[in-house]
Design a protein around this ligand. Structure first.
Ligand SMILES: *[C@@H]1O[C@H](CO)[C@@H](O)[C@H](O)[C@H]1NC(C)=O
Ligand SMILES: *[C@@H]1O[C@H](CO)[C@@H](O)[C@H](O)[C@H]1NC(C)=O
Length: 165
């Protein structure tokens, strides 16, 4: 069922790109990103259950990884009984191959023991203009100071030069 659904999404993306009949160019980005969520440094509470985030995006999970940007936004404890947080992020890339572009991302964020999760990519700017896709994330490390997310990302996009032309 999941693979059937995926195939329908891919086919309709292809149909959309072909039927558009102009410079709209569907490119695909498939990459793995990492986020380090430091509870004390990179976020601040604005109210009970609402937190402003500025988490660091990295190109690897370890201490030798480079910072490539920030996930800037808000996380809201919308469903306390399930401990899930609705998270709205602008992933702003400042270094690496995606520098100068952004991805608009939203979805639920729960704890390490609640299994992997999925975020929607609902837009982008720069090279990643019109980004649409999905991020499968997993919390690979969690302690009292920090969480590390591994984020497998697959998005289709065009770029801003093509759409402005
Ligand atoms: C960090 O950046 C350097 C220089 O661009 C690169 O060689 C290295 O592979 C990067 N580290 C990771 C974990 O990707
Ligand atoms: C904060 O929210 C939690 C639910 O997540 C609730 O149990 C608690 O009473 C709230 N605290 C205040 C001070 O409103």
């Amino acid at each position: 069922m999941a693979s059937y659904y995926y195939a329908v999404v891919v086919l309709s993306m292809i149909a959309f790109c072909i039927s558009a009949g102009h410079a709209l160019d569907c490119k695909k980005l498939q990459t793995t990103l990492y986020i380090k969520q430091s509870y004390s440094q990179d976020q601040r509470a604005v109210a009970n259950d609402t937190v402003i985030i500025n988490w660091v995006i990295k190109d690897g999970p370890g201490a030798d990884a480079n910072s490539t940007g920030h996930a800037e936004g808000l996380t809201i404890h919308a469903n306390p009984s399930k401990n899930s947080w609705v998270t709205l992020m602008d992933m702003v890339f400042e270094g690496g191959s995606l520098a100068g572009s952004t991805l608009k991302v939203m979805g639920l964020h729960a704890g390490m023991n609640d299994g992997p999760g999925q975020w929607s990519v609902i837009g982008g700017t720069g090279e990643l203009t019109m980004a649409r896709g999905i991020m499968n994330y997993k919390i690979i490390k969690q302690d009292t100071n920090m969480r590390t997310f591994e984020i497998k990302t697959a998005v289709y996009y065009t770029n801003s030069e093509d759409i402005m032309a």
